[in-house]
Write a protein that binds this ligand. Structure first.
Ligand SMILES: [Zn+2]
Length: 221
């Protein structure tokens, strides 16, 4: 059983970065829940979230929760701010296991693949509390810039948040060799509607992109 711990950044009286009508704490929770839901299709995995509602948790509380449940992997989901564009991922800048580095490599690669067209800011290392205080391999993802109008436009699209979540899941699938449940064991089938377009060409373009990434996509009127 692989135990994945997902930490949606910020929450409660800590909104994280706020710009362009978006709040980091809301985006991180949405993405975390999408990751959890997609992981429901896989066997031999348990998924825990540090928070499932809009509540405040300190950084140490988040790490403690992951340590106490004996998680195999910790993923903290954040949205960047401060001028810039694109995606970057972090692991601890102190001593880390070789697994930590290997998992960052595959997570970063799969997320970039899923959000193609977004600038790759690279694989980085930093002394972040949740990375330092967790005992298992850990990663922190910074998913675009909330204060960049082009990035914010993407983050306003639920379909784009699905792509971010899908990238995280594909990374986990490769890192941990996850296998899908047999079709008969899947409890639920989710039907996903992705946006409405005035221009059929735009709809076809998105449908084609989604299909390429493994989503079943079709166009309705
Ligand atoms: Zn943050």
């Amino acid at each position: 059983m692989v135990k994945i711990f997902i930490d949606p950044g910020h929450g409660g009286n800590d909104p994280g970065a706020v710009a362009n009508g978006l709040k980091e704490k809301e985006l991180t929770l949405k993405i975390a829940k999408k990751i959890q839901s997609l992981l429901g299709e896989y066997q031999n995995i348990s998924v825990k979230l540090s928070r499932t509602t809009d509540v405040y948790l300190s950084l140490s509380q988040r790490a403690d929760l992951a340590n106490k449940c004996g998680a195999d992997y910790f993923i903290s989901v954040h949205i960047n701010a401060g001028g810039g564009t694109g995606f970057e991922s972090y692991i601890y800048n102190g001593s880390v296991s070789s697994a930590t580095i290997a998992y960052q490599n595959v997570m970063h690669q799969e997320i970039m693949k899923a959000i193609s067209g977004v600038k790759d800011r690279g694989k980085k290392r930093a002394n972040y509390a949740v990375l330092r205080e967790t005992k298992m391999p850990a990663i922190l993802t910074e998913n675009l810039f909330i204060d960049n109008s082009s990035d914010a436009g993407k983050l306003k699209s639920d379909a784009f948040l699905d792509q971010i979540a899908f990238g995280h899941v594909q990374g986990l699938v490769k890192a941990f060799g996850l296998k899908k449940k047999a079709a008969s064991n899947q409890k639920e089938v989710y039907r996903v509607q992705v946006g409405a377009f005035a221009d059929r060409k735009n709809a076809e373009k998105l449908a084609a992109e989604l299909k390429k990434k493994g989503y079943p996509a079709f166009i309705t009127k």
